[in-house]
Ligand binder design. Structure first.
Ligand code: ADP
Ligand code: ASP
Ligand code: MG
Length: 412
């Protein structure tokens, strides 16, 4: 007997027939003499609908109330799934985050899980019940409802798997695994049989939304291998796990893109110690995460230009803050651009290869795509480009690194 955590995403519970399909799959697992905890997302489109509703009431909804609102999507799906399971003769019980208790900090809209109580779930499992848990939500120390950020049900599932020391954690979605790039954008995308936590972390951070970043952080921290697979077929999916020797031989494993960032440029800042700290401190104080930063010497002597990117959702707030700080620092020229995209290549094998960046830049140049900013880490290279070239860039990079071809290990 194994303890299995299964998570079903929005598309997988998108309508009543699909909920029944999930119920059948869950019962199939249970009947193989396993204990099953099921984590579900809101039905496809519901969270977006709730967010739109809030914005019809006010342009800047209160963050606490927003979490009370958006967490309701998952309340609908856990109840419907538990009903379907019972209708099919299984014993099941649904829980919201606060009932379990999934404890979080108080960062509304992007709360972090701080602890999970396992007693109730274990009691139900040992009594033969299927436990159905609402993804994406928790409760803070003051009993406020919180949510974990978009795509947060993945994190609920992995965190529960870690807390219960589950034997496996399966993330069921609308594609049958992690691909070399978004299969909905590039028809040549190839399914990976496995990928390391670190590569998956980079891919998730760089825009591949198949898993939420924090779910991969959790998985790595507690060494919970994740099996990403489809809820519509029985194909084996992709295992996200610890790095092994075979993975190191692959220079580039995937290409990602992200259109959710915007660029802010501050021109002619005094090129003296302390200026960067003064510029970025108020941005950080406002809880805005800055991604890429580039400083270049300005056309004006003794000055520097600084460009950086922030999430589009924080763009207006960041721009306002930067305009105010820039005035204090003696410069008024602040430029911005929301039509940018970040394309990246990821691979642990990059560590031991020197010409990967050149290959990437040449592939983009061949398509006439200008690179506005570059950033690198040990296992990734990212370029900011004009957003209208995103699809072209992704396909060009996928071709340049021959990602449609199986790796040596996969061919064996
Ligand atoms: P769910 O609702 O099940 O959580 P998501 O929409 O959050 O599903 O994530 C699945 C989607 O992730 C896929 O439909 C696909 O378009 C997208 N995606 C982006 N990059 C990748 C990738 N490298 N491999 C697989 N899917 C990807
Ligand atoms: N329903 C939430 C969202 O749409 C959480 C999730 O789907 O994982 O972001
Ligand atoms: Mg998701």
């Amino acid at each position: 007997m194994a303890l299995i955590v299964q998570k079903y995403g929005g598309t997988s519970v998108g309508d009543v027939d699909r909920i029944k399909n999930v119920a059948r799959r869950v019962i199939h697992t249970k009947n193989q003499d396993h204990e099953v905890v099921v984590v579900v997302s809101a039905m496809a489109g519901e969270t977006d609908k709730l967010i739109r509703l809030a914005h019809q009431v006010t342009p800047s909804p209160d963050e606490r109330e927003m979490d009370v609102l958006v967490s309701t999507g998952e309340q609908v799906s856990v109840a419907l799934l538990a009903m379907a399971l019972k209708d099919m003769g299984a014993e099941a019980k649904s829980y919201l985050g606060f009932q379990i208790k999934i404890g979080t900090d108080s960062a509304f809209g992007k709360a972090r899980i701080t602890g999970i109580e396992s007693e109730k779930m274990l009691h139900d499992l040992r009594s033969g019940r299927i436990v159905v848990v609402a993804g994406f939500q928790g409760i803070d120390e003051l009993d406020n409802i919180t949510t974990l950020g978009r795509g947060g049900s993945d994190t609920t599932a992995v965190a529960i798997a870690a807390a219960l020391k589950a034997d496996s954690c399966e993330i069921y979605t609308d594609v049958d695994g992690v691909y070399t790039t978004d299969p909905n954008l590039c028809s040549k995308a190839r399914k990976l049989s496995k990928i390391s936590y670190d590569e998956m972390l980079e891919m998730a951070s760089l825009g591949s939304k198949v898993l939420q970043i924090r779910s991969v952080e959790f998985a790595k921290k507690y060494d919970v291998p994740i099996h990403v697979r489809s809820s519509f077929n029985d194909n084996l999916g992709t295992i996200v796990c610890k790095e092994d020797e075979e993975m190191e031989k692959v220079v580039v494993s995937g290409v990602t893109y992200n259109k959710n960032e915007a660029k802010i440029e501050v021109m002619r800042l005094p090129d003296t110690p302390g200026v960067a700290a003064k510029l970025f401190k108020p941005v950080a104080d406002a809880n805005i995460v800055v991604d890429m930063i580039i400083q270049t010497s300005s056309t004006e002597k003794g000055c520097a230009d600084v460009a950086f990117t922030v999430p589009k959702s924080d763009f207006n707030k960041a721009l306002q803050i930067v305009r105010e700080t820039s005035k204090e620092l003696g410069t008024k020229e602040v430029k911005s651009n929301e039509d940018i995209a970040k394309v990246s290549i990821v691979g642990v094998g990059m560590r031991s290869h020197s010409n990967v960046a050149t290959q990437m830049f040449s592939a983009l140049a061949k398509e006439g795509i200008n690179i506005q900013m570059i950033s690198t880490s040990e296992i990734k290279i990212s370029c900011i480009i004009d957003s209208k070239y995103t699809e072209l860039a992704v396909r060009a990079l996928h071709d340049a690194f021959e990602l449609d071809k199986p790796t040596v290990a996969e061919e064996k």
